[in-house]
Design a protein around this ligand. Structure first.
Ligand SMILES: *[C@@H]1O[C@H](CO)[C@@H](O)[C@H](O)[C@H]1NC(C)=O
Ligand SMILES: *[C@@H]1O[C@H](CO)[C@@H](O)[C@H](O)[C@H]1NC(C)=O
Length: 395
């Protein structure tokens, strides 16, 4: 099972250990969507989906940020069973509060363009980026594969709670949730009123179909299993499915060109999750030669850095279909940091020391693009040129 739970915790602990930063975040309670259960829109264990909702105010009452949480994927019954009774498979195990910071903050100083919006963080509990829809419940494991139903039920619920009057809306997410915001972008658009200005934002959701350090195909088979197990094909891009297999259509690089709704990508070209799990997963590094390097990019040997530079070039190549002739509806902030998810933490979203690209913070690039004050399509120079990165160091 691929999970980033430990990383997230480490990050929250770090933020709060540096006590002066604690005002940069605040807690929001958990709302269970019990009405979804009757629609069969449930977590892996059959429990109700859940989200954290901080209501909009002032000029933002008709603006909605709907953000989907990440946390890897489970690709088959064995791995989904392992996940079922954790917070990534059951709302019974979720923490009842969540830290809101960065793009979720309710203070203009920390989040100038979206602080008054309705801000919703949807908990991840289906294991397939909110794409699954299998009617049958496995009698042996009692596993439900219903992520796409959760997606629809959450959006319907928010429409009923006022989003049907939305002037502005953003579908966003980080990691596996960032993939949701790419794969489900046009579906979200079609669920909202035609009068709403809808855009999508993917944070660290551009997972590429790369081979491992020993040239094996790893993520491709894994994604094919995810899609098969969860019955995800129904929500994937029809234009992509006409050309290739459902498993391949789970990769943004194969379907992003077909997205009609405006979309912005934030991603590190050396995405730390992708390096750890796509490029150098444990199965391709039996001797553990990559262990130190994966934990801390400054520990990589020059040979390993060469491999990472190759990964960056592959990443940029996979992005080729995205730019769409520099259409202003498409934005991208591709920096050269060793990181994963940069919108939900204050230090990477907007602070005096946060990452810059073209002298611009992520908060400003996204705000300018959403409100059409400016276009933004930038790719950073190669590592280690960027001194503004907050590179991740794992324990
Ligand atoms: C489930 O997936 C894992 C990881 O890809 C693999 O090691 C395992 O053999 C699979 N199990 C089954 C029963 O297919
Ligand atoms: C970068 O932006 C800051 C603040 O907007 C400005 O003061 C500074 O002159 C800019 N630097 C460059 C090199 O453009």
């Amino acid at each position: 099972m691929m999970s980033e739970r430990g990383d997230r915790w480490l990050c929250i602990i770090l933020v709060c250990t540096l006590s002066l930063l604690c005002t940069e975040a605040y807690d929001v309670g958990l709302t269970f969507l019990n009405s979804a259960v009757a629609k069969g829109a449930v977590c892996l264990d059959g429990s109700a989906p859940a989200y954290h909702f901080d209501k909009g105010f002032g000029a933002g009452i008709d603006n909605w940020l709907v953000f989907f949480e990440g946390g890897g994927w489970c690709n088959n019954a064995t791995n989904c069973l392992t996940r079922r009774d954790t917070r990534l498979g059951s709302s019974k195990k979720m923490l009842t509060t969540e830290t809101f910071s960065g793009m979720f903050h309710n203070k203009a100083k920390y989040n100038p363009d979206f602080y008054e919006w309705n801000r919703i963080k949807v908990r991840y509990c289906d294991g397939a980026s909110f794409t699954g829809d299998v009617e049958a419940v496995d009698p042996k494991t009692k596993l439900y594969y219903r992520g796409a139903r959760i997606f629809r039920a959450v959006v319907d619920d928010l429409l009923a709670k006022g989003m049907k009057n939305a002037k502005n809306a953003i579908l966003a997410g980080c990691s596996a949730g960032g993939l949701t915001s790419i794969l489900q972008c046009d579906n979200f658009r079609s669920q909202l009123p035609a009068t709403t200005k809808v855009k999508c934002l993917s944070d660290a959701g551009f997972f590429i179909n790369a081979k491992t350090i020993i040239g094996q195909s790893h993520i491709e088979g894994f994604y094919a299993d995810v899609v098969r197990t969860h019955g995800s094909a129904k929500v994937l891009s029809p234009a992509c499915l006409a050309k290739m297999s459902p498993g391949l259509c789970f990769f943004p690089q194969n379907m992003v060109q077909f997205i009609k709704t405006p979309i912005f990508l934030i991603n590190a070209a050396y995405d730390s999750w992708q390096v750890k799990n796509i490029l150098a997963p444990g199965v391709s590094d039996r001797k553990g030669t990559w262990r130190e390097c994966k934990l801390d990019i400054t520990k990589c040997s020059s040979a390993q850095l060469n491999v990472l530079q190759g990964f960056r070039l592959e990443f940029l190549k996979a992005l080729n279909g995205f730019g769409n002739g520099n259409s202003p509806s498409r934005g991208m902030f591709i920096n050269s940091c060793y990181s994963h998810c940069q919108t939900g933490t204050q230090e990477t979203w907007l602070r005096n020391d946060s990452p810059l690209l073209g002298n611009t913070t992520i908060a400003k690039a996204v705000g300018d693009w959403y409100y059409e004050r400016n276009t933004f399509q930038k790719i950073d120079c190669a590592y280690p040129c960027d001194k503004t990165c907050h590179n991740r160091v794992f324990e």
